[in-house]
Each structure stands twice: as C-alpha cells, then as structure tokens.
Design a protein around this ligand. Structure first.
Ligand SMILES: *Cc1c(COP(=O)(O)O)cnc(C)c1O
Length: 385
C-alpha cells in the first residue's frame, strides 16, 4: 500500500520532468553580488536585494558593534501572545508607526505568514474579496483560507473592478480589494489613487495593498508606492515584507489601532507560531532607522531601471515594467529557457519564468536590478540581450 503511494509520487515527478517544469533547490554559492554554480560566476540579477543592503559588509559591521552576548538572542522561545513579545517588537512597531505616520503597526514572521493570516482573520461569511488577477501566491492562499467568496479582476483593470464593486456592494456586508503595488512578474505599478477613489464610493469597502516589492525603494523615505503616491492613510491594510529590499526577515502591517487589536485576537499565523528571534528584529530596526538615508540608492536604481527598459524596447521587445523588475518578454517557453542560458554564458544570472506562473504564451526572463549595479554594467546587460 505504502509503496504504491510512493510510486504515484514518483510518476508525478517524472511527468513534471518530462514537461520541463520539475523544481529543485539550486546549490548556489554567494560571493557578494555574484553567484556561483560550480565554476561559473555570474552577476546575480534574480535577487530581491533591491537596495544592495544584504551584500553590504560595512552595514553589517556597524550592526555587530551594538551586539553583546546579552542582547544577541537567537530565539524568542515562544509566541508573542505568551512570552515571546520582547521589547524590541514594541520598539520596531513604534518606529514603523512613526515613519508611516500611522496609528499602529504589527510585525509578523514573514510576508507569507502575513498574507495567509490577515485575510482569514478579517473575513466573515458576509465578506467578498476582489483581487487583482496577478496577486502573489501568498495572497491567493490567504484568500482561499479565508473561505470568503472572491472574484479576481483582470490585471490592473480598474473598470472591471468598478463594475464588480457596483454589482456586489449591496449584497455583501464588507468587500476587501486586494492588490500589490509593484507586481513581481511584469514590474508594473498599481494606480493606488484610483483604487482609493473606487473604495471611497462605498461605505463597506476596504483596501489591502502588499508593498513587498516596493518598500525600501519607492517614495522619498523608501516607504513604498503608497508614500510615493501620497495615500498612506487611505489604505486600510498597508503591508510589506522585510525580506526583500530591507535585507531582513518578517512582514508588517500599517493600520489603525482597532485593526491591530483585532489581528492580535484573530490571526492564527501570529498567535500559533514562535515569534521571530529578537536578533532579526534588531537588524530590521537598524535597517529601518537608516532607510531615509538610502535615497541616492533609490534614485540610482530608478534611473538605471528606466535606462534598461529603454534599451530593451530599442531592441524590439515590449516591456510593461515601471520599476526595477524588468521582464524580457519572449513568449515561447523553450525560447525563454535558451535565452536565459545564453545570458548565463555571458555572465548574467537571470531566470526564465513560464506558465503557470505567468499566462500561457508570455514566457519571459525576469531581470531584477539592484542599487549597486553600475550604469556600465546595465549597458553590458543590454548589449548582451
Ligand atoms: C515575496 C512576497 C511575499 C512573501 O514575503 P516573505 O517575507 O518572503 O514571506 C508576499 N507578497 C508578495 C507580493 C511577495 O512578492
């Protein structure tokens, strides 16, 4: 019996391999901004270290100075609801509230915990979720776990969303619009103002925005697209992760105090897990304290991103990007793989993204620029395409 089940697993894996979509864990060796596979060294253009903070040795050296065996805690040994709520949690959350000018903030173990925990906590049987068609898997999982009824509107199609709102606003107690601010596969940016306007037409609509790819790199202070577009207070659930540009680990929400209190009581992925170790919170706080000072990095990243996009368009590719995430649209799956391999040979590590991650016929290579890549290198990337 047991053997048969294992055989079934094996067959399924073979099926994936035949289709060329078997996943594995790549054995990578990091050398600063470069990545090594066996003997091959390549510039890492697939990292989420958008500000280059994760490879910044001097930043780490400075942080190390503040550590002693007393405050260097590698575990919190408990959920925050029990004894895991170390003072550093309050310090980081107060700092987030201050920076965003919000009533409150709450920190989670990861962006994945955040999205799979908040949505189930805030939905009831009278809730409808309207989510952009391209939202991240963690949001999809949160929507499914919530058990709420949901529709996905065509990507960035605010007219479609408007129609859905109009059609359903009277039959549901509450409606939650769910989106990201920068989308991870197209690199395009959500018009948050438009969503705020739509939301404000109704008294029972709330707005949930995930800034995973935008926090750290957008806005004058690096607080994300909501800062850049001047609508932080209009977003009910303003969330992000520390795992990308902020070079740490964890997730956060910026919200009103009543929402924070509610989540502390209802959110299972906050209540039933060991809190992140205090050392990680100390590092997140250390980075947040310096976020304002990275505006040159943000400016440089923005300029290089526009420049690479222009060069890619010059070469005849269509490019939807409005950010540092720049897809090279290929279309055909196999061609995308060949193109990626060609770029590896030229020393640039970038990954092909194929269906079902992206729509059929839109296979692409996803380039993510970081702030420590020079203009000269960006030119070399473009020349190699
Ligand atoms: C990466 C990502 C997450 C998950 O965040 P982690 O901190 O890595 O768990 C959530 N939402 C979006 C849009 C992401 O891109």
């Amino acid at each position: 019996m047991e053997k048969d089940i294992l055989e079934i697993f094996k067959c399924e894996l073979l099926g994936l391999e035949e289709k060329g979509i078997l996943r594995h864990l790549p054995a990578v060796i990091h050398q600063g901004e470069e990545i090594r596979f066996g003997r091959k060294r390549m510039l890492n253009l697939s990292s989420n270290d958008y500000l280059g903070l994760a490879t910044d040795i001097s930043l780490r050296e400075e942080f190390l100075q503040s550590l002693t065996p007393d405050n260097l805690l590698f575990t919190s040994s408990s959920s925050r609801l029990l004894t895991g709520n170390f003072n550093i949690y309050t310090e980081l959350e107060n700092q987030l509230s201050r920076m965003f000018g919000s009533e409150s903030a709450l920190v989670f173990n990861s962006g994945y915990h955040m999205n799979t925990g908040i949505l189930p906590a805030i939905c009831n049987s009278g809730t409808l979720i309207l989510a952009d068609k391209l939202v991240h898997a963690s949001l999809i999982d949160g929507i499914r776990l919530s058990g709420a009824k949901y529709f996905r509107y065509h990507h960035a199609d605010y007219n479609h969303l408007d129609k859905l709102l109009e059609m359903h606003s009277k039959s549901f107690e509450r409606i939650i619009i769910v989106t990201e601010s920068i989308f991870s596969m197209d690199g395009d940016v959500t018009d948050l103002h438009h969503l705020v306007r739509l939301k404000q037409k109704y008294s029972n609509v709330l707005l949930y925005v995930d800034e995973a790819h935008a926090v750290g790199i957008r806005g004058e202070q690096g607080l994300g697209c909501a800062e850049e577009q001047g609508c932080i207070p209009d977003i009910d659930f303003l969330t992000g992760t520390f795992g990308k540009a902020l070079a740490s680990v964890g997730g956060y929400i910026i919200c009103r105090k009543v929402i924070r209190d509610y989540l502390i009581n209802k959110m299972r992925t906050l209540i039933f897990t060991t809190a992140l170790p205090p050392i990680n919170l100390m590092w997140s706080k250390f980075v947040m304290e310096r976020l304002n000072s990275f505006s040159n990095k943000r400016k440089h990243l923005k300029e290089n991103s526009s420049f690479l996009k222009e060069r890619i368009i010059e070469k005849g590719y269509n490019c939807p990007s409005e950010s540092h995430i720049i897809p090279l649209m290929i279309g055909d799956n196999k061609k995308a793989i060949l193109k990626a391999e060609d770029m590896w040979r030229k020393g640039f590590y970038m990954l092909p993204v194929r269906p079902p991650t992206v729509p059929e016929g839109t296979a692409r290579i996803r380039i993510s620029l970081t702030a420590n890549i020079t203009r000269e290198i960006v030119n070399q990337i473009a020349d190699s395409i």
